[in-house]
Design a protein around this ligand. Structure first.
Ligand SMILES: [Fe+2]
Ligand SMILES: [Fe+2]
Length: 278
């Protein structure tokens, strides 16, 4: 049923970026905005455990995959491993800025434990859904430079590097899921894929909301002020979620494939800009 696939000539190439661990950064590094800063810090705090979960979920189904997909899985694993390492460094910067990150990390682990208790195929489906979120988010970070306006050089580099690689490997979990479910009928696969996305959306958006509110509380921003500010940042200005709606909805199409949006030009340009900014 799929009308497109991962480009045959796509090469997933890990780029081993190391950010400056000692980079001086203001507490509200997202252009002085506590809400944008809290969302990005919260997302980063989900990455180390989240990306370990992605790697495990995908590798479990690596056996018997065609040679090109097996190679993509290996490159995916190396990329996600490096993201984990660099986001741990970023999270240490967040802790140095005065935030208690332990309670957020514990919350994320507890949420992921719910996913880890599910059967392996459900974990792979959740990974496929979360990888779609990260690819849509990564596309926005690269296509809409205003989102990282005013961010310190070193932190902007981390997010742009991560975005390039998330887009580059966006088809891997999806292709592994398609391979793992190859014996099911197209309608069953579509139904299971849609269900996985729906459930993952509930888990993911709740995790983002709760962890962001935990960080805002440490800034003394609580109650309706925190909820309204977060809603505004996600849906109105700059409206990160609003900008992702089109990409999100596309996932539910019966013939969806991540590479129906071919954003290789976007990551090529971002890669040149990243090399120049070193
Ligand atoms: Fe990643
Ligand atoms: Fe990823």
């Amino acid at each position: 049923m799929a009308t497109s696939a991962t480009p045959a000539d796509l090469k997933i190439k890990p780029r081993d970026l190391h950010i400056d661990r000692e980079a001086a950064t203001p507490r509200w590094w997202m252009n002085g905005d506590p809400f944008g800063t809290a969302v990005m810090n919260a997302l980063s705090l989900t990455f180390p455990d989240g990306e370990r979960f992605f790697i495990q979920s995908v590798k479990r189904f690596a056996k018997d995959t065609p040679a090109n997909l097996a190679a993509d899985i290996r490159a995916f694993t190396v990329q996600e491993g490096a993201h984990t390492r660099e986001h741990m460094a970023f999270n240490a910067i967040t802790a140095r800025a005065g935030y208690d990150t332990a309670e957020i990390e514990a919350y994320v682990t507890a949420r992921l434990d719910l996913a880890r208790a599910r059967p392996p195929i459900a974990q792979l489906a959740a990974t496929m859904a979360l990888e779609h979120f990260t690819a849509a988010f990564a596309h926005r970070l690269l296509a809409d430079p205003d989102l990282l306006k005013g961010a310190p050089h070193e932190l902007a580099r981390l997010w742009r590097w991560h975005s390039i690689e998330e887009i580059e490997h966006k088809g891997v979990a999806y292709d592994v899921y398609q391979h793992a479910t190859r014996d099911l009928g197209p309608l069953t696969r579509w139904r299971l894929r849609g269900r996985a996305m729906f459930l993952t959306t509930l888990l993911f958006t709740r995790t983002v909301r709760e962890t962001t509110l935990m960080l805002l509380k440490q800034d003394g921003i609580v109650g309706w002020k925190a909820r309204l500010g977060l809603f505004r940042w996600l849906w109105l200005e700059p409206g990160l979620y609003r900008r992702m709606v089109g990409d999100y909805v596309a996932f539910y199409k019966p013939d969806f494939h991540p590479w129906q949006v071919d954003d290789r030009l976007l990551i090529g340009e971002a890669e040149i800009a990243l090399a120049r900014s070193a």
